[in-house]
Design a protein around this ligand. Sequence first.
Ligand code: IMP
Ligand code: MG
Length: 175
Amino acid sequence: MKQPPMRILYSRKEIAARIAEMARQIDRDYQGRELLMVGVLKGSFLFIADLIREVQTPAIVDFMRIASYGSETQSSGIIEFRKDLELSIKGRDVLIVEDIVDSGQTLKALCARLLQREPASLRVCTLVDKKAARITDIHVDYVGFPLDDGFIVGYGLDWDERYRNLADIFLVETE
Ligand code: IMP
Ligand code: MG
């Protein structure tokens, strides 16, 4: 298995520092409330694990599994819900935790589905935001790192299921 050329974009230290800042902001916004953090599998598994330990606000956690199809580095907009939440979100303060928002199609479908269940509030937190690639009008409330361009792997993010286990985030160098 030949590894594509890649270079480090965000180190594990930078990621941890940024997550600590995001957690402080979340704590300020959710004072006196209890969070229901919804991790979107698989990509967000490391991010949510670190974020939920930094947040001081009381928090419970649940997961959804969504797959978006496409070529290796381009999503098609076809979204499949593979695993639903186990907890009820009705009347709860829900925070969706995503690894990356690209076109925004995954998030748009997810928000529409969750809003039908009448949460008290619904916000979105993503580690990486590729805002320039957005083709939907979805709003993201908490952004770790804005990214103009490029395909990244590591810290949960995959390329055809590989490299999720890298501790830093790398930019895949396509020619
Ligand atoms: P969207 O529906 O176009 O916003 O795509 C979101 C999904 O595409 C993410 O949850 C990722 O699974 C995947 N994705 C988009 N950009 C990247 C990337 O740079 N690296 C790894 N996965 C990505
Ligand atoms: Mg994802």
